[in-house]
Write a protein that binds this ligand. Sequence first.
Ligand code: PMP
Length: 404
Amino acid sequence: MDVQGIRKEFPLLDTKINGNPLVYLDNAATTQKPRVVTDALLDYYRTLNSNIHRGVHHLSQQATDAFEESREYVRLFMNAAKHEEIIFTKGTTEAINLVANGFARAFLKKGDRVLVTVSDHHSDFVPWQQACLQSGAEFDIMPVERDGTLDLALLEEKLALKPKLVAFPHISNGLGLENPASKITAMAHAQGAAVLVDGAQGIAHCRVDVRDIGCDFYCWSAHKIYGPTGIGVLYGRQEWLDKLPPYQFGGEMIEEVDLQQTTFAALPFKFEAGTPPIAEAITLKNALEFVESIGFDALREHEAQLTGLAIDGLRRIDGTEIYGKEEGHSGVVSFNIEGAYHYDIGVILDQLGIAVRTGHHCAQPLMKHLGIPGCVRASFAIYNTQEEVERLLSGVKKAAEMLR
Ligand code: PMP
């Protein structure tokens, strides 16, 4: 793979931080954007800007076509069965809130259960916790093993308690471990539970096929996969989306408004109240085309190589503890150095131009489960290089010497 060629598509990577060339290893938080995306955003505002779905005029129709083409591209990208099953949202968080809110209002009641995992991001954990508090349903939490994996025998026991819904991350953002999504979904369905997959990390690191996974909902954000912020996707099986009540009310989502009551538009518009982020939705397609042009096989191989190098190197630094099982990290390495506070390591790395994330990574239940206040997380993307991993390792060595 021509990494140097790919890097040229990301001008921001040439930035210097504190006099050092930037090493951007905070990709699990958000990826940088290639020129095809930033150019397309500018082009949209220069040539196409118009509100969609309600104009008879030329620009509005063109913008509407581009918006719906992007939706269709997303459908194909995820192998969803129907155009109507792709709902544009602000991102993963809004997509999950949309489903959790609908479940709390329409399906959950006292005596019901919802099952999540302790490694869930707060964006998947808190909406379901709150939906349970509102509806009186039981909020059940699957622990993970010390190596971050799910014990499927224990899952079977939890599922025997007949939760109405099971939510889990496709790939956890704290440890970067992939859950066996199709297997978990089949097990949950066998017990009558609906399944929501938080795909915020999954979408950027593996080929997602929602029909193969078999899940009822799959949620993700464009900014994690080289696309713009402010736009994301809720995939939902039509049977569920038809039953779920609307999340927000307003323009675009109505069929007929009378003085005392309103009927709602058909899918997908029922869940898209108000003017959406049009430019972002359209240019999301450019981001996905960019990823397709590289291909998931090449992307996975490259990220696995960098992650492997980082894990090997970190193991050789005295006092380093790496979280999660030995292998199979999807572009994420989380670690601590004995005797050093994770935040201080991040500050020293930043002085060297190396951007990592420190803290609880919006996964406080997981950190508590691991018995740590937080950790350092380096996360890799398609444009990272082996030299950058080496710079990370020498930065961590330096931090270890300074802080211990
Ligand atoms: N779930 C996971 C696994 C994530 O990594 C993130 C982002 N860090 C989210 C949910 C939330 O995504 P967003 O902030 O784009 O809504």
